[in-house]
Design a protein around this ligand. Structure first.
Ligand SMILES: C[S@@+](CC[C@H](N)C(=O)[O-])C[C@H]1O[C@@H](n2cnc3c(N)ncnc32)[C@H](O)[C@@H]1O
Length: 259
C-alpha cells in the first residue's frame, strides 16, 4: 500500500477549488507577513488566468509560459501581468537567481519532460525563505494514473465532453500533453523536498469530482454525469486493490526554502 499520509500539522485536508484559492491566499499572507513591501511573484506556467485570492496584497507579477497564444491572452486580455516571459521553465537563464518571494505553479509540472529541472530552477529563482506552491495531479490516485497513461485523444475528449470546454485543442488552450516523472504526486514531492531541504508548510488535496460545478439538482444531467464519474473512480480504486486512491485527484504543496 502506498503511503499517502502527511503529518497532522501540515494536512490541510481535501477542499474544492474556490476554497483552495481562499486558503492559499491566507497561507501566502501568513508566510509573507514580515515583508513590508510588494511581493515579487512568479507564476510558472501561467496560462490564461490567476486564481489565488490575495485580496489587496501589493505584488509585482511575472508570468512565464511556453504557449505563445495563452501568454498573449494573459498579458493583453486579462492584463494582470507586470512582466510576461515566453520560455521554457527548464531554462535557468530565463530570470535572475533569488528574484522572487513566491513562485506558484499549478497544473504545469505534469506537462514537462524532466520536471525536476524546472523544480530546481524554481529553487534557484526563489529568495531565501521564499514560498513555492506546487499543484499537480497525484499519480497514486485513479485520476492521476489515468491522466498519465491514457492517450492524448482521451484528454481532449474529456475536456470537450465532460468539462464542456468548446475551445479545447485550439491554439492557446489545453489540454496539454502529459508526461509524468517521479515528482508527479505526493510521494515523489516528499522525496524531492527531503533531498532539497524544503520545508513542507501545508498539503491540500482536491477531488475533480467534488467541485461546485459538479453538483446539480438530483436528476439533472450534471448530477448524473458526475455521479457516473465518481462511481468510475471508485471502481478504478477497487480494481487497483487499494494501490490507487479514489478520494482525491490533485495535491497542492505549500513549501518554503529553508535558506
Ligand atoms: C494545464 S495549463 C495550466 C495553466 C495555469 N497554470 C492554470 O492553472 O490555469 C499548463 C500550462 O503550462 C505551460 N507549460 C507546459 N510546459 C511548459 C514549459 N516547459 N515551460 C513553460 N510553460 C509550460 C502550458 O503552456 C500551459 O499554459
Amino acid at each position: 500500500m502506498v503511503d499517502r499520509t502527511v503529518g497532522v500539522a501540515v494536512d490541510g485536508g481535501t477542499v474544492d477549488d474556490p476554497e483552495l484559492d481562499r486558503l492559499l491566499g491566507q497561507e501566502v499572507q501568513r508566510l509573507t507577513a514580515s515583508l513590508d513591501r510588494p511581493l515579487d511573484v512568479l507564476e510558472a506556467g501561467c496560462g490564461r488566468q490567476w486564481t489565488i485570492d490575495l485580496a489587496d496584497r501589493a505584488l509585482h507579477l511575472t508570468g512565464i509560459d511556453l504557449d505563445r497564444e495563452a501568454l498573449a491572452h494573459r498579458a493583453n486580455v486579462v492584463g494582470d501581468l507586470d512582466s510576461a516571459i515566453l520560455g521554457d521553465l527548464r531554462d535557468a537563464a530565463l530570470v535572475a537567481p533569488a528574484a522572487f518571494d513566491l513562485i506558484y505553479s499549478a497544473c504545469v509540472l505534469e506537462h514537462i519532460p524532466g520536471a525536476q529541472t524546472a523544480l530546481d530552477n524554481f529553487l534557484q529563482w526563489l529568495r531565501p525563505q521564499g514560498i513555492l506552491i506546487i499543484r499537480i495531479p497525484d499519480q497514486d490516485t485513479v485520476f492521476g494514473f489515468l491522466g498519465g497513461h491514457l492517450p492524448h485523444a482521451f484528454h481532449l475528449a474529456y475536456e470537450k465532453l465532460v468539462l464542456g470546454n468548446s475551445q479545447a485543442g485550439r491554439p492557446g488552450h489545453g489540454p496539454y500533453r502529459t508526461t509524468y516523472g517521479p515528482e508527479i504526486g505526493l510521494r515523489g514531492m516528499r522525496d524531492y523536498c527531503a533531498k532539497r531541504q524544503l520545508i513542507v508548510e501545508r498539503v491540500y488535496r482536491t477531488n475533480f469530482c467534488e467541485q461546485p460545478w459538479t453538483r446539480g439538482p438530483r436528476f439533472s444531467a450534471t448530477n448524473v454525469k458526475w455521479t457516473a464519474m465518481r462511481i468510475a473512480m471508485h471502481v478504478g480504486g477497487l480494481l487497483s486493490f487499494g494501490r490507487l486512491d479514489a478520494t482525491y485527484s490533485d495535491v497542492i504543496l505549500v513549501l518554503r526554502r529553508s535558506l
